[in-house]
Design a protein around this ligand. Sequence first.
Ligand code: 13P
Ligand code: SF4
Length: 336
Amino acid sequence: MADIHIEAAKKNIEQKGFLDIEIDVNLDLFSEIERLKKEKNAIILAHYYQEPDIQDVADFIGDSLGLAQQAEKTKADIIVFAGVHFMAETAKILNPHKKVLLPDLKAGCSLADSAPAQLFKQFRDKHPDHIVISYINCTAEIKALSDIICTSSNAQKIIESLPPEQKIIFAPDKNLGAYLKKKTGRDMVLWNGACIVHEIFSLEKITRLKIRHPKAKVIAHPECEEPVLRVADFIGSTTSLLKYSMQDDAQEYIVATETGILHQMQKESPHKTFIPAPPENMCACNDCPYMKLNTLEKLYLCMEYEEPQIIMDENLRAAALKPIQRMLEISHRYGL
Ligand code: 13P
Ligand code: SF4
């Protein structure tokens, strides 16, 4: 590690989850990050919910499936994951010999937190004849207890690839699970977890917005609650929402997902208007507080010092790899 003492840096990361080192305000972080990418053969993978500056320096921006697929095929020595912990962990599971960095280790996820491994194991053991399909938004421990991983981009295809009589547990997102039950007609047992961001949208405020913008289409992520999905003109994963906004001919959209995606929507269709769906209260709760823990400064520091990094137990990694590989194989088969 360059000019700070390794032990002090490790302590700093243990306490705060990120490196807390003063950065010269005159430093051009964009060109510094580009320099570090080349010097270290590093790739930056960023989720659409990251702040605009991070999206602009990333080598690849995507949804959870796209990011896992990029992580699987990258030739870089270092993967810098601008996203949340379960995403960086997935990249590490796929790349045990590469360094995987996460700018802030405390970038968690309410969905992942909603499924503690011990309780989930008891739940699974009560349904021994069920296959476990887990949404990728879960810990490595939950992945290791699952048969197949899915994302919002491939969940329907994965469920439909199983014989109709196959009993299924779907975890941890009850909203996505309920949406998929309706879409596929399959009677799945659902774990009771949810995303704090996608549960916050106010149907009442969306209805009022629609009155003021009668031509606006409502587009929503399937992690939203059923009443919001009912008024949506289009439902899809983050990437599908972006593609829809590019291909559809409406001029205005009310977007019911995390606000970070509006950056790419606006970049791709500068002549269109994108209105974030309003939350229940006046806070910025449609910003994911975990995703937004990553900043350009933390991204720069983690690349400079190659910390904090994802470290995993090898047995856990090997067990969590199998259901991820099954997901990637099925996605490949369907051209997803
Ligand atoms: P996707 O990336 O699959 O659209 O999921 C959204 C999300 O909430 C990621 O944390
Ligand atoms: Fe988790 Fe929701 Fe944030 Fe995605 S948006 S990381 S599901 S809390």
